[in-house]
Every structure is written in structure tokens, then in C-alpha cells.
Design a protein. Structure first.
Lengths: 456, 456
């Protein structure tokens, strides 16, 4: 049975605080291959689109109002908003906005959403410090590596028990990324990791409330602050991550030290990052994908007589709402997901708007969809059979949905997703310029132009 | 055996988030007897003295330099310093300074140092909001009650495992205190507690580094921010504290729900707060106390031939350094503690200065002290026998040291301690005025005069 008593503590843990600090401070700039480098650009583009898309959400506005009580200096941009905040406030807001639609990236091995804490922190720091795009890419890759490796060393026990792993490991990723951006030496990087280690953030109980996206935001701000404190000589335990009463042993009943350090500097966890094509829970994705494939093949929603789904039991357990009455409920309805796939071919935030979920044709189409449990179908797969009014029967089986590691979103997909999030906020011209800036991120002299373009 | 798996979660926990939120938002102002009211004044005085005393410590200066990178507005005073910071930065700094000397208050049932997170947060908020002294006292009592009650519900397992309970429960106490000061209604107070619940702060591994006092500071800032976010409508789980994947079940293997709520509003945990008379580990206190008693009775250190201590084994295990070479080592030397008692009659921060520990007469006096283990003597007691050069033998047995709940510091003791911390920083005149202001705290129209006086 799992235990969590200091009497059972591992007192011979490897010095992972020092190992990670050396890695973060010493690994060469662009010390990885082109696929890693390209994935970093995709991660940044996806993160920025999500952050801008949700920038006017009530969660973001409420947090902004709270931050304004501090009368902050306007040091940093909040993508998608005209207001500016100090670096800490911007890190918080950017982390909140990027996770609010649950549409950001996922490191599937750990369920960490790594860009939220890491990119939010380093972009908030970049304008004031004059960081280049190269610095940003380096800090992003290294910060994400730290967060995901720590996550891998504690997954799944840590997550299962109730930690929202995005925040609890993200604070370390943000500290690592900011330490790198500030060019801290190994010793001060270790201190930054140590200060951050005392601040694991996030409970799964908060899912469904604004505090869920608060977690990557608070992690970004705490990690950034930890790095700044270390820069000025603030000290922490050099064994803060691994000691018997240190981070990993306190917040998880199991530690796999090897997963934290194996192939460090050779394999980069950002390579295993994935991006959601649809703004809802991942088990609906293959169904939306399959219905959209039928639409692309020429199926007109008006021709549909009935639809039979075969789905793993988990799909209906999680997303079995037959009659959703608003957008949020729509995200938990595989029936609405199918209707969106048939009618729109996409299922972004707009297709989960309250008015779309309530639209008469969508209600009618959902009513034609029935589902049966078949656990021979995997939980990440979908089996869809459409009977048309003219008697035709169409069948599609989706083994891996678009967005999975097996069928990753193409760059073009990511651009479409970005447009769906950014065009309504900033217009097509700025969206287009931002995409170019993201793809050329590593060559930017500073982040000022990108930040300027990201404001309304 | 202790477990920490969600499969074993308690799904029938009482609604403590709501219960505590109702209590914090609805309990009448000064809804307690005069002894509680007076203890609140003592707690505030002791906290302020500790905060001012350490205000120029390198830990505080490093954190201040980091905060200044945010170019903050000068909203709030940092007692003992001329610089001002925004409310969040001031909460952080005040929490750090008040805990840096390990000289602050202790809720002995839980080992929570409650004023650090709570008073640091509410004073930082007070200048901007125009809070009265009455508001401060109410918020302090209620905030401390929340932190200590949550601590009692998880102690000792939570602390034993490695959480620095002052920060991990202090963030809730700070949120509660700030919610009260902001006059949030019950629902928003519950949201503030919920946002704070996602941010337990503090690892015992950090003891001995600057990150130890960072814990109450970070807790103060996070609690204050949580209350401001709730004020502006930010949401969290209304069962954040008690749910299966909520705060108490995630950060502790055991929950005693009854200890959180028993006699709520009738018994106030601040009544069990204690204050250290000496700036060192508590097991040395009875020895310093006994030697100081002999000094008061007329013993001249020059008359001492030899000193025999009988001590519980724990005392020598923790504080058995015979030849300390600097101030920090002096805090772990029962021999230096006795010499300070004989020579000065007190053992504040000044008596643990490097130059005092190294002084020839102190070295010589320490050399005359020997100790033997006797486990019939309790770990909180001391047995001291002095042989004088003229052949006299003096004996003193201290069952409970001054500062224990059995022999609490008198108000006069607390004033002396305050002076020892504040006079070197601000001078005797300001120290005297501050003491008056602290004793009349509940009648102050605003905190502006006190804050003004607390600056150099």
C-alpha cells in the first residue's frame, strides 16, 4: 500500500536539485535537434492563441481587477488585453488565460499542461529584461523539461491523490525557465528551484472553478518570483527537491528518481507535448474527428436519419449528457460533439457557445444520435455509423483522434486553431502577424514587437 | 499505518469550508472575553517587535531587492525599514522579517507560528483600506483561529511528514484575516479560503535557510491575494478544504475534522499562543531562565568556580555544542545559553551575536559548565548546580521555563523583549511610542500612526 510517512523516507535520493540546476544553467543554447526546436515554436504558438482567446473571460477579468488593487507598474503585456501589469501580475494573468478554455497543451505521459506555467512566466519577464526570442525558446524547452520530468517522477500517484500536477510541478518549470532567462549560475538556479519547491500549487478539487486555471498562473508567478529572489542571494536547501522532507517526498507517496534524470539533455519532454484540436474533454475528440471526416467527405447534416455510436464506457461516463442546456454542459456531451463535427467540421470555443448548444438544428441533430457501450473500442477511439434518409449507411472508425501523439495536429491545424481563438479578439491582420512572429520566434531580437502585436 | 490514497478518502467530511467562512464573516467584532482580547494585543506586540528587529537581516534585504524588480507602488509600510512596497510585497517582507530570528509566537498544540502569516497580511492591507485597530484585532483573532484549527486537524502527521505547518496553514489564516478585514460576505470568504487552499506553502527541509522565514511571508502574500481575488468574484470549490481531493486530505494522511470546528466561536486558539523569551531553541530556555534567576539573586559570574547541569538527553542531542564559534552555533549550545543567563540575565538576539559568543569571558564561563544526561528531568525542565569560588553551592530547578503556557511571559517581559529588538533599530523614543500604540491597538482609528512610527 502507498505510504507517506517520514519513517519510510528515502534518505539516499540522488541530488536531483543540483543535477537539474546544472542542466538548466549550463545546457547549450539550442542544444537539441530541429524537431525539438520546431516543437517549441508549436508549443508557444498554441499557448499564445489560448491565452489571447480567453483574455476577456470573467476569470481573467476578476484576477485583473484584483491585481490592479496593487497599483502595479506596467512592466508587461497581457496578450489579448490592453492593460499592463507588473511582471508577477502578468505571469499570473497569462497563466490563467492560457488554461481557462482547457484548450492548452498536454504532456500526455504526466497530464501536465506545461506551457501555462512556463511560457506565462518567461514572457512576463521578457519585456523588462530585453530577452531575445532565442532566450525564450531556450527557457521554454528547459523549463518544460524540468516540470515534466518532475511530473514523470511522481505520476500517477501524485495526480491521483489530488494534486493538479500542472501547478504543482509547473512552479518548478517556471522557476527553471526564469532562472535560465536571467542567466543565473548553477548555484543560484538551485536556490531558485529550492524556493519554488516550497510552493506546490493546485488541488484537483478546484476543477470546474476559476481556481483551476489559477493554478498555472499562480505557478508562473511563484516561479518567476523565486528566480528573482535567488538572483538577489536568497537561499534555500540545495536538496529541496529530493530530501526526506523535501518536495517530491512530501507531495507524493512514490518517487521515481530515474524518470527525473534519465537521458537528461538528450531526450526533451517538449517532444511529447500535444495540442487539443477541440475545446472539450479528450474522450470526445475521436467522435468529433470522425463526424468531421464524414462532413469533409460530403455528408450534409440534413441528410442524416440517425447516428449510432459505439463507445468505451468511460466516454459515456464522462461525457454522456444527452441534452446539454449551455456551453459548459455541451463540453460534457459526446452528442453535441458529434453534431458540431457534422455541422461545422470543427469544435473550438465558438462551437461550445451557449447559443450554439441551444440552436434548434443542433438540438434536433443531437436527438438523432444514440450511443451504446462497447469496451472493445478503446477509450481514445470512436466507432460511428450514420444512416441517411436515402438509406445509405456510412461508417467511420477512428483509432487515434487528431491531436494525439499518433496523429499530431499539423502546423496548418495549429494555425487554424490559433485563428479561431485570436481573430475574434484582435482581428485577422494581427492574428496573421502574430503567427509569423511565433514561427520566427527563435530569430526575434526582442519580444517587444510580438507583445505589441498581441495587444488590442 | 498512515495512508494517502484517494481510494481511502473520506467522502463524508463535514462542510468545514462553509463553517469557517460563516464564522470568519459573521462572528461579532470583539466576540470574545477580555483575556482573548488582551492576548491579541500581546501577539501583535510580539510580532511587531520580531519584524522590526530582523528588518535589516540579509534575508529581508534580498527579498526586498527582488520585490523592487517589480517597481511596486509604495502602498504599505515594512516595519523597521524606510522603503515601502505594494501590499503583496509588504506582506511577504513582514512575514519573512517576523520569522527570521525564530523568535516569534508559537501555538504549542500545533507548532504553528500564527502571527507571521496573519499579522503580516492584515497590516499590509490596513494602510490602503483604512482599517481601524479594532478591525486589525478582529482579523488577527479570527485569522489565527482558522490557521491553528486547521493545523490541529492535521497535527502531528502533517508536520511530521515534512510540511512547515506555519506556511501550509498560515495561507488559510492570512486569507481568513484579509477576508474579514475586507468585510467579504460568507460566500466570498469561502471563495477566498478555497483559492488559498490551493497554495499550501512550506517544507521542513528548508530549515536553516532563508526559505524557512519565506514560508510565513509567502503565506501572507498568497492569503492576501486570495482574499482580493475573491472580492472581485474569482471562484473556487466551496468544499476546497474538506473534499476527497481537497486541501486537508491532500496535504495530510490524517484529518480530525472535529478539532477544526469544536467550540468554534467559544474557544479561541490565540489563547494558547506563547512567546519566546530567548532567541534560541526552546529546550535551552529553562537553563537560561535558571541561570538568570541566580543572577537576579545576586550571583556574580566572577564568583563561579563550576556549574553542573542535569538535562534530558534531548537537550544535549539538540543543543550540545560545547565550543560554539559564531552566533548561529551559539543558539545550539546550552553552555552558551547558561553563560548568557549568568552574565546578562537575558538571551535575545544581541546575546547570540558573533562577537558575544566569541568574547573571552563568555568562552571562559562556558568552559566551567558541564552537563550530564538525566532523563528523569523532563525535556522542558532544567537542573542547575553552581559551585562558587568561596565554596558556596547554589541549586535551582526549573520545571517550566518562562514563556511556557504554565509560566507565560508577563506584559513587562514582552516589553523588555520588544525593546531589545526595536531600540537598536528605531531608538528608544520610537520603541516606547510603538509599545503604547500596540497596547492601545483596538482603539486606534487607523494604522497610519503606528506604521509611521515603525519606520526609521
Amino acid at each position: 500500500m502507498a505510504h507517506n510517512s517520514v519513517a519510510n523516507a528515502d534518505r539516499n535520493a540522488p541530488p536531483i536539485t543540483r543535477i537539474l540546476a546544472e542542466f538548466v544553467s549550463n545546457h547549450p543554447s539550442k542544444g537539441w535537434d530541429d524537431t525539438v526546436e520546431h516543437e517549441a515554436h508549436r508549443t508557444f504558438l498554441n499557448w499564445l492563441g489560448c491565452a489571447i482567446g480567453a483574455a476577456r473571460h470573467p476569470a481573467v477579468s476578476a484576477a485583473l481587477a484584483a491585481m490592479q488593487e496593487f497599483e502595479p507598474a506596467g512592466q508587461a503585456t497581457i496578450p489579448g488585453r490592453s492593460e499592463r501589469l507588473d511582471m508577477g501580475g502578468a505571469a499570473l494573468l497569462n497563466g490563467i488565460s492560457s488554461h481557462t478554455f482547457d484548450f492548452d497543451d498536454t504532456h500526455l505521459k504526466t497530464l501536465v499542461h506545461p506551457a501555462g506555467p512556463v511560457a506565462s512566466a518567461i514572457l512576463a519577464l521578457a519585456e523588462k529584461t530585453g530577452a531575445s526570442g532565442r532566450d525564450i525558446v531556450d527557457s521554454l524547452v528547459l523549463g518544460i523539461d524540468v516540470a515534466c520530468r518532475l511530473g514523470a517522477g511522481m505520476y500517477p500517484e501524485h495526480y491521483d491523490r489530488g494534486w493538479h500536477i500542472t501547478g504543482s510541478t509547473g512552479v518548478l518549470g517556471a522557476a527553471a525557465g526564469c532562472a535560465r532567462l536571467l542567466r543565473l549560475d548553477t548555484e543560484r538556479t538551485a536556490m531558485a528551484l529550492g524556493i519554488a519547491a516550497s510552493q506546490p500549487i493546485g488541488l484537483r478539487e478546484q476543477f470546474g472553478t476559476m481556481t483551476k486555471p489559477f493554478h498555472p498562473g499562480a505557478a508562473a508567478r511563484a516561479g518567476l518570483t523565486a528566480a528573482l529572489m535567488a538572483k538577489h542571494g536568497f537561499t534555500s536547501s540545495p536538496r529541496a527537491l529530493e530530501a526526506a522532507r523535501g518536495y517530491m517526498q512530501v507531495v507524493s507517496v512514490r518517487q521515481d528518481w530515474n524518470k527525473v534524470t534519465e537521458a537528461l539533455g538528450e531526450r526533451f519532454e517538449i517532444s511529447f507535448n500535444s495540442y487539443k484540436p477541440f475545446a472539450c474533454g479528450v474522450v470526445i475528440h475521436p467522435f468529433i474527428d470522425g463526424c468531421a471526416q464524414l462532413r469533409t467527405a460530403g455528408l450534409d447534416p440534413d441528410d442524416i436519419e440517425s447516428v449510432e455510436l459505439k463507445a468505451h464506457s468511460l466516454v459515456l461516463e464522462l461525457t454522456g449528457k444527452t441534452s446539454p442546456t449551455n456551453g459548459l454542459e455541451g463540453k460534457f456531451s459526446v452528442y453535441h460533439g458529434c453534431a458540431a463535427g457534422f455541422v461545422f467540421g470543427v469544435a473550438g470555443e465558438a462551437e461550445f457557445a451557449d447559443e450554439i448548444v441551444a440552436r434548434a438544428d443542433m438540438v434536433a441533430l443531437r436527438g438523432k444520435v444514440s450511443a451504446t457501450v462497447d469496451d472493445r473500442i478503446g477509450p481514445a477511439a470512436a466507432d460511428i455509423t450514420v444512416t441517411c434518409k436515402d438509406g445509405r449507411r456510412l461508417h467511420v472508425f477512428v483509432e487515434h483522434a487528431v491531436g494525439s501523439l499518433e496523429r499530431p495536429m499539423t502546423d496548418a491545424h495549429l494555425e487554424s486553431k490559433f485563428d479561431s481563438l485570436v481573430v475574434p479578439m484582435l482581428g485577422a491582420s494581427k492574428a496573421s502577424r502574430l503567427k509569423s512572429l511565433c514561427w520566427s520566434l527563435s530569430g526575434l531580437d526582442s519580444m517587444n514587437g510580438l507583445c505589441e502585436t498581441a495587444r488590442p
